[in-house]
Write a new protein. Structure first.
Length: 518
């Protein structure tokens, strides 16, 4: 989001800041902010950017201003600039900006760009002092998706229902749209398989609800969040997976009819018969919906995601200086997927996606200034295929297991034999007295004038598991220093194309971060 889109909120902020300056006794203004600088290094491979040699491309600057105009009306805005590897470009953006009217404890209203109540920690992920870890569990709080999941632009209601006997319930319900960019984390996640180049991504109607229940047991809370949205994606296809046979079919339709025609015309001297046989055979071996494609590449495709849903269950227990939390997320979506040029259906047999993830976390404040933390997180891209047999199978498919030259050679050999038999059957039925031999069709062949891209897939493309150990040191009231180690198994959230075909299954990530709060 650019600042110009929220000029209305900037105007409100400027107005009530002036009011506060004139009537500072009546309208208090709170100004807070933070600055942080971090460092990331992996022992091998990349993590959200070039990290194998270490990177300081990990920083954040935020400034927020808020005020209660009255006891019931609250305005606030936060500007943020951030960079983490290949996410964010240190551009100044509005992180959130909203107006809030609290009518009763149990019912309030908000509008603007509102922080999303997604899980236990999404609303406070900017505040380093409120958490031990540098990076929250990626299975739910994926840092690359932060720009999209941090806030929703729209309206909402919220409230607090407090009953001593049953505990305390906080709820929120929001509707609007989510922020997503064509080159951001969500787009990169779609592109990481190497199958697509996204150039247009839109998130449409979005809804989120959240309930957090503080039970009448000291320190125990449970909650749930549900996010539903719809998405439209336009991308350019490449030659991976199902596009291999499409490209092959396009080349057949483009190259072979003239070769068939010439062979029969040379044998029979009848150009009309040659054209008829050549066209009929081409129609048999090339599906009609591929015959209609022009021979240009790459192809544009689009997906309409009818359902994109995230459901999170949350648990938290605090006993003195010990905090234990756990969350589980189910991510489901279904979509239609077509080539734009002719509506060719690219979905295959299954157009749904169901992933499953969870984490368990524990933190303990050892000293007033020292806190230790550990968590274990698991993400399965396909809940029904935890062993990722799908990715293993990709490398066994003939049209996917390159080198490409072998595919074209084998295909040309098959076409030559099949064409000879087909043409001879036509000749026999027509009584033409002509027979094609192997020598007649020996020059029929497919020739590609390009090299198809390739990525080698592994079973561990289908999951990502992390064991994370954190140390949080509050050096001064406003200064925090954190150190963290990630033992990572799997690569689901990593950029497969950047890491190359020999991407390692396991790696270690070291992270450090110093933050100043004011």
């Amino acid at each position: 989001m650019t600042l110009t889109k929220y000029s209305f909120f900037i105007g409100i902020l400027f107005f009530y800041t002036l009011m506060a300056a004139a009537y500072c006794d009546n309208i208090p203004v709170d100004i807070h902010g933070f600055l942080s600088q971090g460092f990331l290094q992996t022992d091998r491979g990349e993590y959200m950017g070039k990290s194998d040699d270490g990177t300081f491309k990990f920083n954040e600057i935020g400034l927020n201003v808020s005020s209660y105009l009255t006891d019931d009306i609250h305005l606030g805005i936060q500007l943020i600039s951030r960079k983490m590897g290949n996410c964010g470009e240190n551009n100044l953006q509005i992180d959130w900006a909203f107006a809030d009217y609290r009518w009763r404890d149990y019912l309030g209203f908000r509008f603007g760009k509102i922080q999303m109540p997604f899980g236990l920690y999404n609303e406070i992920r900017d505040i380093d002092m409120l958490r031990t870890a540098i990076l929250l569990p990626s299975c739910i709080y994926n840092e690359a998706w932060r720009e999209t999941f941090s806030a929703i632009e729209g309206v909402g209601i919220y409230g607090n229902i407090s009953e001593n006997e049953f505990g305390n319930i906080n709820y929120q319900a929001l509707a609007g749209t989510l922020n997503v960019s064509n080159d951001g984390g969500v787009a990169n996640y779609i592109e990481q398989t190497g199958m697509f180049d996204v150039y247009n991504l839109e998130l449409r109607k979005s809804f989120i609800t959240s309930i957090l229940w503080d039970l009448p047991i000291d320190g125990l809370s449970i909650g749930t969040s549900y996010l539903s949205t719809r998405m439209h994606e336009k991308s350019f296809t490449n030659d991976h997976f199902m596009y291999g046979p499409i490209r092959l079919g396009m080349d057949m339709a483009e190259q072979l009819p003239e070769q068939f025609n010439q062979v029969i015309a040379d044998k029979t001297g009848d150009r009309n018969t040659a054209t008829m046989i050549a066209n009929n055979f081409t129609s048999l071996i090339v599906p009609e919906n591929i015959q209609t494609l022009n021979n240009q590449w790459p192809k544009e495709s689009f997906k309409d995601f009818h359902t994109v849903g995230f459901w999170v269950l949350s648990f938290k227990y605090q006993w003195q200086d010990l905090i234990i939390s756990a969350e589980r997320m189910d991510f489901k979506m279904n979509y239609d997927w077509f080539l734009t040029e002719n509506g060719f259906d690219l979905r295959g047999r299954d157009n749904s996606f169901n992933s499953h993830s969870y984490y368990v976390s524990g933190t303990y404040r050892l000293l007033d200034w020292l806190e230790l933390g550990i968590y274990y997180t698991v993400y399965y891209q396909d809940e029904s295929d935890k062993n990722a047999e799908f990715y293993q199978a990709l490398n066994q498919m003939e049209f996917y297991q390159y080198p490409v030259e072998m595919i074209y050679l084998q295909t040309s050999q098959g076409i030559r034999q099949n064409f000879k038999d087909f043409a001879n059957d036509v000749f026999a039925q027509s009584g033409a007295g002509v027979t094609l031999s192997d020598e007649d069709v020996k020059d029929i062949q497919l020739i590609q004038d390009y090299e198809l891209e390739k990525i080698k897939y592994h079973d561990f493309n289908g999951w990502q598991k992390e064991l994370v150990v954190s140390v949080n040191m509050q050096l001064k009231p406003q200064w925090n220093l954190k150190l963290e180690g990630h033992f990572i198994d799997g690569v689901t959230f990593l950029d497969w194309t950047a890491n190359g075909g020999d991407i390692p299954r396991k790696r270690f990530l070291f992270a450090s971060k110093v933050t100043f709060n004011f």
